[in-house]
Design a protein around this ligand. Structure first.
Ligand code: ARG
Length: 435
């Protein structure tokens, strides 16, 4: 505002600076930050409050919400309705569960992607897909911006912002909750002013993200890393005391690194994950409790439940050990770590992922076969594996009479293999000995 009053008084080069600030001021406050916005919508407090906030505070003329069905097992019809009540011009629901499994989960399984060696990225993988849905909707409905309800502390804002710009650099990304500075109570009060019903029941003390691949739970008592997660946080996995007293076996069939069958029966990708979640979770398998390093530098305590994904990665990795050469396996481990990091850090749509995908896909050509898994009391144990492409050679491996390995060849090999060590030892230890 001040820049307006001093504008005419300046005769030096600063005039243009003030003018450009005036333009920004007008754009933001008079014309609004955007005309038409597609907002990622979950039905929760923050994203609901975003609707009136975008319109009232940021001058957005039309808010279109988009709720993504990623198999979270939640009725989306009421969410759709809620968005309209909160002032959305249109409320879209995108069913993307199949895409989620085929285009995001399966490549991650082929990559054995575990962030910091533990977290199979169930939440992280959903963000590039939701971003894609947002961008598709924005293009279809002629929106000039997309928006999300992430705060400034998490990973998800990074994933949305970077994915959206990667898909369409002309779209603006608005993140009201990152800027509004309202506490949760204030946000709820703000929402109530615009007729957004806030659920009367005491809201969960946890922050939970859920989709077909798993649940991520944080906050509340979990913020103390020494506090054991209360049983109430879990929903996909049983407590050991309630798991069956008999082990259960399952056989997972892979084709080129993609899971296709369970117990010999071909299943649709979504059905396969659904069935595995249930059978694996029933035995108390799939819980993770970890301190992880967020992109924004914060360490956070996270609880995950990802029964199917964890067992699939475990089984897939085992099948690779039967079908890949030692050097490819070893090299791939480094690729896997990089791949996991890029998913976590929001770089799904990046030239790096495309390049790594090319490597990974080539390695998967012969990763076809079956893995037998035993589930019992919180453990998933691989107890068998077979493949027509197996490069396990029984004649070489056996300790029995059929042994075809040339034992004498080992001697010369070891002499040369150990030569540098011999020379080094003679130089350092041999001279000491002489005194
Ligand atoms: N830390 C996990 C990730 O960045 C999960 C965060 C999910 N959000 C939540 N509200 N629990 O992928």
């Amino acid at each position: 505002m001040q820049s307006l009053s001093v504008q005419g008084e300046r005769t030096d080069g600063h005039v243009s600076l003030y003018n450009s600030r005036l333009v920004v001021f007008l754009e933001v406050n008079l014309m609004g930050r955007a005309n038409k916005v597609v907002l990622a919508y979950s039905g929760g407090v923050d994203t609901s409050v975003c609707i009136p906030y975008l319109k009232e505070e940021w001058g957005v003329k039309e808010v279109i919400t988009l709720a993504a069905d990623l198999g979270q097992g939640e009725e989306l019809a009421p969410i759709k309705e809620k968005a309209l009540q909160a002032g959305a011009a249109q409320s879209l629901v995108g069913d993307a569960t199949e895409r989620f499994v085929k285009d995001y989960a399966f490549p991650a399984i082929q990559a054995n992607a575990l962030y910091e060696n533990r977290y199979p990225l169930s939440t992280a993988l959903a963000r590039p897909l939701i971003s894609q849905l947002l961008v598709e909707a924005a293009e279809k409905y002629g929106a000039d911006a997309v928006a999300h309800g992430c705060t400034g502390k998490g990973n998800d804002q990074v994933r949305f912002d970077v994915s959206i710009v990667a898909l369409n650099p002309n779209l603006k990304v608005l993140a009201p909750a990152r800027e509004w500075g309202m506490s949760r109570e204030e946000a709820m009060a703000y929402g109530e002013r615009f007729g957004i019903p806030m659920s009367v029941k005491k809201s969960s003390p946890y922050s939970i993200d859920r989709n077909l691949l798993g649940r991520s739970i944080e906050a509340g008592v979990l913020e103390d890393p020494m506090t054991e997660p209360p049983e109430e946080v879990f929903a996909m996995t049983r407590v050991i005391a309630d798991t069956p007293d008999e082990p259960e076996y399952l056989e997972i069939g892979f084709e080129q690194g993609i899971p296709k069958t369970i117990d010999g029966k071909t299943l649709h990708p979504v059905a396969l994950i659904t069935q595995l979640n249930e059978r694996v979770g029933k035995h108390g398998v799939g819980r993770i409790d970890m301190i992880e390093n967020r992109v924004v530098g914060i360490k956070s305590r996270e609880i995950y439940e990802t029964p199917a994904l964890l067992v699939l990665i475990q089984a897939h990795r085992d099948l690779e050990s039967l079908t890949l050469t030692a050097d490819v396996s070893q090299y791939k481990r480094g690729i896997e770590d990089t791949y996991s990091q890029l998913i976590y850090r929001g770089l799904w749509y990046s030239p790096l992922r495309e390049a790594l995908d090319a490597f990974i896909l080539r390695t998967q050509e012969r990763v076809t076969g079956t893995v037998r898994v035993k589930l019992f009391k919180g453990n998933a144990t691989i107890v068998g594996r077979e493949s027509d492409n197996s490069i396990y050679a029984p004649d070489l491996a056996t300790y029995g009479a059929e042994d075809e390995f040339d034992h004498k060849a080992a001697e010369g090999f070891i002499y040369i293999w150990g030569l540098p060590t011999r020379v080094w030892s003679q130089k350092t230890k041999g001279e000491q000995g002489k005194g």
